[in-house]
Design a protein around this ligand. Structure first.
Ligand code: HEM
Length: 526
């Protein structure tokens, strides 16, 4: 990779080829420089091109409120029908819902309105409904009671094949795609790579990467923070997950492969036709398999304290361990599971802290009190204000707003009959706004999580950004620590602001990402 931007900044000192342009755009294999395009010229200062970049999809074009609510109402015009008749004398009700547009169903409504759309349907149909989406029909389960029932009491009726439908082609044999006994066995082995001593070593690697990276971030002008954070979390993953192995390879290509696999999950055309998102996802998967397979022998031979070596050496008391193929598949899934979710959380937290300077100030006071030293796991765990801020951020912007399942037999949820072999989307993000649990749920109010108010304790399934039951996120502690380390370092080194009239919009094409890359203005403190 022997190209340079005319005006650009190296974002990371730890990755050799990961370049991010001054406006926060990650390089796409040097395209911009080869075409002679100045990176700064693509910044917010140039409305024409900026517009194209800001609108990640034509579906997300901001519209006047009247038109927005018109589009929302249009999603309600379709005839409502029962999904299937309940067994006679069962006392169960049919699941009601509608198919939406031919083929597309309600896919476009979801992309545009995200959890706003699922909240609408919850109000309209209650905790169990069905809709057409992603070329098929799916039941949506939402609300704390129904979610709890599906994820715990009736969990045996739900396999992970709902995920298989959406992402198996790209995340084949990731832990989240496994069900029942096989899942239990793989999870037991993987748990060995997530013990407290291992988390301590992973966390140790995060702060130095963050410190080195954010020192180079542009200041004094609106900068798209999301791509910068995404590059940073990829650098962190390279260090924590790979122990620096492969650090000299084209991290830009690896990043693009991840982006392609994640985006392909919600592709409307679900066949590998050239030029489609789906095809790009398949190509990305191949590249990632090749990448991890190449580095596997070295990771196997090492006793390293990175996650890759951790998976290679993980062994249960009964001697169960992963095969080479397992490790490659688990690494691809883990990198994806950790990378986007942490980036979204860090970006959303930065947004809320910009909009609520009182909380930024309060969190900074705690970070400053820790002093200059590189924070370890105990330091990060002591940052209680950031705890509240991160919890509230995960409530308002759940990085995984729906989790997928498939029924393996007929099952009753909240008194509704769901037939066997039905695709199911459980919607945690709806629970996060339930007015039975949360006061003024649309407001950013981190103190709702403090010991006095403890609103989250109102229901076991009120706050479930990491899911619940057997598949609850295995990386929830590491994910939280990573986001904390990023915010902690940023609070110490910078302040940041957003214009008073700025409101972020989220693109829900796959996991939620800020449509405009999140332009915030950083100011260096020292
Ligand atoms: C803020 C960060 C994160 C969020 C919000 C998040 C969210 C979730 C959710 C909702 C699930 C449940 C999926 C389901 O029920 O089907 C899940 C599962 C999972 N997550 Fe995370 N995650 C985060 C970070 C991480 C990190 C850092 C890692 C790895 C280092 C990770 C690895 C996994 C794995 C392996 C699973 C599958 C668990 C299983 O099926 O047993 N996640 N995550």
């Amino acid at each position: 990779m022997a190209y340079r931007y005319r005006v650009g900044v190296r974002v990371s000192r730890s990755s050799s080829t990961a370049h991010v342009r001054r406006d926060g755009l990650r390089s796409r294999a040097g395209q911009a420089s080869r075409t002679g395009e100045s990176p700064v010229s693509t910044s917010l200062a140039h409305p024409g091109r900026g517009l194209r970049q800001r609108l990640s999809s034509i579906l997300l074009v901001p519209l006047p409120t009247r038109v927005e609510s018109g589009i929302r109402s249009a999603s309600r015009v379709w005839p409502v029908r029962p999904l299937a008749d309940p067994p006679p004398a069962s006392g169960l009700r049919p699941v009601r819902g509608d198919a939406g547009l031919p083929l597309l169903g309600h896919t476009l409504d979801y992309i545009r309105f995200g959890s706003g759309f699922t909240r609408d349907r919850y109000q309209r149909f209650g905790p169990v409904s069905w809709m057409g989406a992603f070329g098929t029909r799916m039941v949506v389960i939402a609300g704390p009671d129904a979610t709890q029932q599906a994820m715990t009491a009736e969990a045996k009726a739900f396999s992970q094949d709902g995920w298989t439908y959406l992402i198996d082609a790209f995340f084949h044999r990731g832990l989240m795609l496994m069900s029942f006994d096989e899942h239990r066995m793989h999870r037991r082995i993987m748990q060995e790579a997530f013990t407290r001593p291992r988390l301590t070593s992973y966390t140790q690697k995060v702060s130095p990467t963050v410190r080195a990276t954010v020192a180079d971030w542009p200041t004094g002008t609106p900068t798209r923070l999301y791509p910068l954070l995404k590059a940073l979390t990829l650098d962190i993953a390279t260090s924590v997950f790979m122990g620096g192995r492969g650090g000299r390879e084209d991290t830009g290509a690896i990043n693009n492969a991840f982006v392609a696999t994640v985006r392909a999950a919600s592709a409307i055309i679900r066949a590998p036709i050239p030029g489609t998102r789906y095809r790009a996802g398949i190509t990305g998967r191949r590249l990632l398999e090749d990448y991890f397979t190449r580095h596997l022998p070295e990771a196997r031979a090492s006793q390293g304290d990175d996650l890759f070596a951790g998976l290679c050496n993980a062994r249960t008391e009964d001697g169960e361990q992963f095969s080479d193929d397992d490790i490659v598949s688990h690494m691809i899934f883990l990198m994806m599971a950790a990378h986007d979710t942490s980036t979204i959380t860090a970006a959303a937290a930065m947004y809320y802290l910009a909009k609520h300077p009182d909380w930024q100030h309060r969190a900074r006071a705690e970070s400053d009190a820790l002093g200059e030293r590189t924070s370890d796991i105990d330091d990060l765990e002591s940052l209680t204000t950031l705890d509240l801020v991160i919890k509230e951020t995960l409530r308002l912007v759940a990085p995984v707003p729906i989790v997928m399942r498939k029924t393996v037999r007929d099952v009753a949820v909240a008194g509704h009959h769901i037939p066997a072999d039905t695709l199911v989307a459980i919607a945690p993000a709806v629970n996060h706004f339930d007015t039975d649990v949360w006061s003024t749920p649309d407001e950013f109010d981190p103190a709702r999580f403090d010991e006095q108010r403890a609103e989250d304790k109102g229901h076991r399934f009120a706050w479930i950004p990491f899911g619940g039951g057997a598949h609850k996120c295995i990386g929830l502690h590491f994910g939280t620590l990573e986001v904390k380390a990023i915010l902690h370092e940023l609070l110490r080194s910078h302040t940041w602001t957003a214009p008073a009239d700025y409101t972020v919009r989220w693109d829900n094409t796959s996991l939620p990402v800020p449509v405009d890359g999140l332009p915030l203005t950083l100011t260096r403190r020292r």
